[in-house]
Design a binder for this molecule. Structure first.
Ligand code: NAP
Length: 284
């Protein structure tokens, strides 16, 4: 069994290690593959196609995961990574006559609009509030036009080992506590990686779309309060100066749970406790 992870960064590496543990031979593509840990085989590849053709895809590749991220927050960078990257991977599969059983594209809940506190799930029409969200949606559509059987996994904000921005601001006393409502949705990196492997290997007839989010949409102020209590520190007074990004939505993971997926970190409490305890592995 073979898997190709195109854009093998933090999430792709964690998924790759889990594929390897499940018996897969794992090939990881990125521009700087030197630091990919064994047993992942790293190979240099630029998905944007700027440096020429993609490498040959090994015959017998069963699963392809596209988990690329853009290097910067601009429309051009997002288009190159997500839209061109996805098209180039599909072209390379055709070029090499490889027809994987499953293609999974890691997307983002940024394709949804503001829900005014309401529930969002796979039936909610996308309505991106940002141009980067529009470009990711374009990549999803390109993929489904060419491979209707592909699986799109829209992840909410990823946290986990090495992703300690909120913890750091609470520790430093610089957390911006929203004065008003600011609903947030998140998923631990390891659960996101486990969901990729689960949807690629354990679900025989998957839906074309899943959201990857834990079991508890939560006010950002409550997460900060929890972290402050764990760190035995005080939060600054609430202010209105925080970013309004986040979409004010309660994202439901009902469809993912319906496939039999079980979360290791069902809510931010278990997940952040693990991060604070230093459990989990940080990848280069
Ligand atoms: N972070 C979040 O909260 C969040 C939320 C929702 C969805 N997501 C999605 O989750 C996915 C994975 O995120 P992540 O945190 O694992 O990101 P990451 O650690 O930055 O990994 C992305 C990888 O893509 C590679 N890459 C970038 N441009 C490339 C190119 N042109 N050709 C080949 N590889 C390229 C990078 O490696 P090189 O630089 O070596 O090429 C990097 O290792 C992304 O699709 C992201 O949109 C993230």
């Amino acid at each position: 069994m073979r898997v190709l992870i195109a854009g093998c960064g933090d999430l792709g590496t964690e998924a790759g290690l889990r594929f390897a543990a499940a018996g897969f031979s794992v090939l990881g593509w990125r521009r700087s593959p030197e630091n990919l840990p064994a047993p992942i085989t790293g190979q240099a590849a630029d998905l944007t196609g700027r440096t020429g053709e993609l490498p040959r895809i090994p015959a017998g590749t069963d699963v392809v995961v596209i988990a690329v991220a853009a290097g910067e927050r601009s429309e051009a960078a997002y288009r190159a990574a997500y839209v061109d990257g996805t098209a180039n991977v599909l072209d390379a599969l055709e070029r090499d006559g490889v027809r994987p059983r499953r293609i999974l594209f890691v997307s983002s809940t940024a394709v949804y609009g503001d829900a005014d506190g309401g529930e969002v799930d796979e039936h909610t029409p996308p309505d991106p509030a940002s141009v980067t969200g529009e470009v990711i949606l374009e990549a999803e559509r390109l993929l489904h036009d060419r491979r209707p059987d592909a699986v799109v996994l829209r992840l909410a904000g990823i946290y986990g080992p090495g992703r300690t921005r909120l913890i750091d601001t609470v520790s430093a006393g610089t957390a911006v506590v929203p004065a008003g409502t600011r609903l947030t949705n998140r998923i631990h990196r390891d659960d996101a990686a486990a969901a990729i492997v689960h949807l690629s290997t354990q679900v025989s007839h998957p839906d074309p779309l899943y959201v990857g989010v834990d079991e508890e949409p939560v006010e950002l102020a409550d997460v900060l309060q929890f972290l402050a209590a764990e760190l035995r520190t005080e939060l600054p007074a609430p202010s209105d100066s925080g970013s309004s990004r986040g979409g004010n939505r309660r994202i439901s993971n009902r469809r993912l749970l319906g496939t039999g997926f079980e979360f290791a970190y069902p809510t931010f409490r278990e997940g952040y406790r693990a991060v604070l305890a230093g459990t989990g592995v940080r990848h280069p």
